[in-house]
Design a protein around this ligand. Sequence first.
Ligand code: ADE
Length: 248
Amino acid sequence: MRFDVLTLFPAMVEGPLSASILGRARAAGAFELGVHDLRAHGLGRHRTVDDTPYGGGSGMVMRVDVVAAAIEAVRRPDSHVVLTEPAGTRFDQSVARRFAGLPHLVVVCGHYEGVDARVRAHLVDEVVSIGDYVLTGGEYAATVIVDAVARLLPGVLGNADSIHEESFSPGLALEPPPYTRPRSFRGWDVPDVLLSGNHGEVARWRRSEGRALTRALRPDLPVEDEPAPKRRRRRTPATTLDGDEPGR
Ligand code: ADE
């Protein structure tokens, strides 16, 4: 998958996405990322990117012609183009999964004083917000989006299982709490079940702790009920609804 981020402050996006897990995965070719300076498409000797608002008012507005040129320099027929602004679709794990299935995501970083409304209306496929608060610009939002999407791509995380067991996966809203050595610290002990060596018990404990945590901290998230204990299979069922052959 390829990401292209269009921003007035490339260093704010390039830095975080070059470090740690994503930096290594990017260097290894698990995904491609281009971070582009919108000012490269600015006008005149001063590479102007914004102008005063029509109708008056304070602040400067990012120009539609500049943003159009920047998008058109990277857009491909299979691109999905998003603009980051507080007034957008809320970005969450399901949006991250949807974006992770795309071949090319272009993220246009909004500007704290506003982007000409024709960008939203004509140039992007979707407007995305990372939460109900106002940032100075869309750079942190773009970084959050690229991080959350890239880590879902094959080859980015070492252990593919962690993607399936993590928070916000269906049926496991928040992750169970992790523990490591020392076993006891200031009288704070690791739960005995984790030291029991009983993998079934540990798995059950983790699921139940994840559920309890979710109910306590995020009552808005759905929590699957504990599955009923498995009944023993009858060896000779009267009917064969599950495809079993009687007598087998
Ligand atoms: N730009 C400013 N605030 C934002 C937010 N909450 N989400 C996305 N982009 C933004």
